[in-house]
Design a protein around this ligand. Sequence first.
Ligand code: CA
Length: 249
Amino acid sequence: MKITVTSRTHVGKVRSNNEDSLLIREPYLFAVADGMGGYAAGEIASRATLKAFEIGTYKLRHEQDADAEQILADAFDKANEHIYLMAGRNQAYAGMGTTLTALYLPGDSTAYAAHVGDSRLYLYRNGTLSQVTHDHSYVADLVAKGKLTDKEAFSHPQKNMLLQAIGVEEHIRTDIIHFALEAGDILLLCSDGLTDMLHDCEIADILQHNDLVVAADTLIAEALANGGRDNVSFIMISLSAVEEDGCNE
Ligand code: CA
């Protein structure tokens, strides 16, 4: 399948710095990291995490029959260890951390996702937007237990309280997911600056009515129009069938 990638990152309307980082290695590896910490520590955490993660995934491209799920999990562990040690060694970095949601596309119609935190991977297919990853947050757990509705969760005062993040504790439990892709799918990796400002139905509506570039600009514009209270970042990957070459003559 052919892929088309569009990404955006915006500081938003309230914050002075952008703590989100994106990793784009077309056509196979993509990730979003949303950092947290005082001063510049959030930015450093998200950037350093993506760097460590990418180094950890080296085998994905260079080893035949690589075990993608194991390599992704190991790369997450390595990134966690790296940030945890950085935070422990330097007082300015104490308590820093980041979300990390990654997508690996080996090119055979399979997608692998690895995830810690509350950035998200969505799949848009046949007009329906589905959240692939599960937020590691206090509020998402309450929703899963039936104690909160999605609507209540959207405006909950503790919605940004994470249950785990990269670099905060010595060990993480990375969610690893794989699923089959179809032509026409759009994959959306994003930070919570998008999903705190736009409901899933609004994102789906924008994807349905626009081409990828216009959709990307519209998502940013709408997130800002709704307050832009956080950094907004996303990567969209659109999959289409490879067209037969009709020019044989
Ligand atoms: Ca954020």
